[in-house]
Design a binder for this molecule. Structure first.
Ligand SMILES: NC(=O)c1ccc[n+]([C@@H]2O[C@H](COP(=O)([O-])OP(=O)(O)OC[C@H]3O[C@@H](n4cnc5c(N)ncnc54)[C@H](O)[C@@H]3O)[C@@H](O)[C@H]2O)c1
Length: 263
């Protein structure tokens, strides 16, 4: 049995991840962390009944990870929390699954360094859904043939999402940029600005949209639109638990969902 812990345990994603861990046959929840609801049972938020695992204060991360012999920590919180907590967990020899989005390149570099220095294993992905990672692959393939087309990315999420544009939209832009060579990104459009060869990235926020992403390749007289629409957050939670099970059997290093899924 792999000993797993969840950071952001009371959140939309954290609670779903706990639900998925409880139905896993080779992983067990040994700890759950958040900034509030300390002392309440983690199962309460995951709607799976009493698990006998209380929400621990994230301030006690190091002590609790060591005491519970946690092997993998799944973190879906906010960038400001992940930048502090991921190095602490890595320092305890704990493997990491990082789902938090909105990390700056500088924050990402600090996290990568902590993972490498402590020789732990990590999967870091802005999107743990199988479908989205196949979507990235299709986008990469299309970009090879459509270099001259105007490229726009449009994403839509619920009104509680804190960061914009989404990590998935940025990853789609990076995938295209890797194929076509350093592309400039333009976020939203306002005022008078001629279109160049940049990638336009646009964010919509409203209601309870789980997560939609469209990549448009627009030429004269035609366009191709590649779209992924998430119907439920379960796709991310299932992918994160799958990544956690997978990474514990790998060599130390930093992996993404292409590695987990063998894409
Ligand atoms: N990679 C993916 O597949 C994927 C999918 C969905 C969401 N996300 C990302 O996951 C993150 C969480 O999303 P959500 O919808 O669950 O948000 P949420 O606001 O519902 O949950 C975040 C949780 O983190 C907790 N938290 C905040 N600061 C903390 C800290 N310092 N220490 C510990 N816990 C802390 C909050 O109390 C809350 O319970 C976001 O960055 C989101 O973009 C990633």
């Amino acid at each position: 049995m792999i000993n797993a812990a969840v950071l952001g345990a009371c959140g939309r994603m954290g609670s779903l991840i706990i639900e998925n861990i409880t139905s896993s046959t080779n992983m067990q929840l040994v700890a759950a962390f958040d900034v509030g609801n300390i002392g309440r049972d983690a199962g309460e938020f995951a709607h799976v009944g009493n698990l006998g695992i209380q929400i621990s204060d994230v301030k006690d991360l190091e002590t609790v990870l060591k005491k519970t012999q946690t092997e993998v920590l799944i973190d879906f919180t906010i960038a400001g929390a992940t930048i502090v907590n991921a190095p602490v967990a890595a320092g305890c020899g704990v493997n990491l699954i990082i789902g938090t989005t909105g990390l700056t390149p500088e924050q990402r570099a600090v996290i990568d360094e902590a993972i490498r220095k402590n020789k732990v294993r990590a999967v870091i992905s802005p999107n743990y859904s199988v479908g989205v990672n196949v979507f990235f692959k299709i986008v990469r393939e299309a970009a090879k043939y459509l270099a001259d087309y105007d490229i726009e990315i449009i994403e839509a999420h619920h009104n509680q999402k804190k960061d914009a544009p989404s990590g998935t939209a940025l990853r789609a832009a990076d995938v295209i940029s890797e194929v076509l060579g350093g592309k400039e990104y333009v976020y939203g459009r306002e005022g008078i600005a001629p279109r160049g060869k940049e990638i336009g990235i646009h964010a919509v926020r409203g209601g309870d949209i789980t997560g939609d992403h469209s990549v448009l390749f627009v030429g004269n007289s035609e366009r191709i639109e590649i779209r992924h629409m998430a119907h439920s957050r379960q796709i991310f939670a299932k992918g994160a638990v799958r990544a956690a099970e997978w990474v514990c059997g790998e060599e130390p290093g930093i992996y993404n969902m292409d590695d987990v899924l063998g894409l």
